[in-house]
Design a protein around this ligand. Sequence first.
Ligand SMILES: N[C@@H](CCC[C@H](N)C(=O)O)C(=O)O
Length: 289
Amino acid sequence: MNIPYTKMHGLGNSYIYIDGYQTNLSESELPKLAQAVSNVNTGIGSDGLILMLPSQVADVRMRIFNKDGSEAMNCGNGLRCVAKLAYDLGYVTKKQFKIEAKSGVVEAEVELVGDAVNQVTVDMGKPELNRSKIPMLTLSGDGDEKVINEPFLVGEENLHVTAVSMGNPHIIFYVDDIGEAPIHSVGPKVTNDPRFPEGVNVEFVEVLNQKEINFRVWERGSGITQACGTGACAAVVSSVLNNFVERNQEVIVHLDGGDLIISWVHSGHVMMKGPAVTITKGEFYWQGV
Ligand SMILES: N[C@@H](CCC[C@H](N)C(=O)O)C(=O)O
C-alpha cells in the first residue's frame, strides 16, 4: 500500500508525518512503520514517525513514535509541526487552538508568513519535578523529592543531574563547554539506565549567561538529534532550579539545529516558541507487518 506522508522538521528534528484524517493504520503496525520510515538507507530517513489525528478533546491530536518504534508521551518539535500541518491543511482555521498529546492537551498559537505557518508558540504546561513522576529510582527504591544537582554515578565518573518531566522524562548534565559534552559515551549508557524504569532523554547544557544556554541531546529511542523541544523546555526549568537563569524571562536555547525561545512563566507553565518547516511530501510504499 502507498501511504501519503509529509516530512517536516523543527530545527532539524525531523519526523515523517501521516495525516490520520485520511489514512487509517492499524495499531499493531505503527512501531514497525516508525522503524521503516526512519531508516535513512531503506526508508525515508527521520527521527521517527508522527500521526496527526482527529481528537475528541482538542482541535487535533498528535501521536509520536521514536526511531526505534517506541511511543513517547510528548514531543515539542512535533507539536509545532502538527500545529503547522493542521493549519496549512485547513483542519483548523483559528490561529490559537488545542493539541492533544498522550501527556495531555496543550495550547498552540501559529504565526503566518503569507498563507503558511512559520513560527509556533506552544504553552507546554507545567513541568513535573518529583522523582516518582519522572520516573527515577533512588538506590533504595522510590522517593518523591525533587532531583536537583544530585550526585549521579556514570561508570566510574561522579556527575550531577537535575531531572524534569515535560510529559516525557529528561535529565540534564551541566558542562563547561558544549563542544566537549560526552554525548556519545554518556548518552547511550544513561538513556537505558535501570534508575529510569521508562528510560530517559539525556541532555547536556552549557550556561552562557542568564539569558542563553547551549544544548545537546541524546534522545530516548532515537539517539542524537539536532533538537528536542521538550528537552529544551526541561533544560530551562533545570537552569532556573539551579539558579543559572531567571524565572519568567525568555531564554534562548541554542540547539544543534537552531534556536528556541523558552520561558518558565509565573503561572508555572513553560512557553516554547520556534519554527516548523515542511521539507517534502510524497508516498511511502509499505508492505505491512
Ligand atoms: N524530539 C522530541 C521528543 C521525542 C520523544 C523523546 N525521544 C522521548 O522518548 O520522550 C521533542 O522535540 O520534544
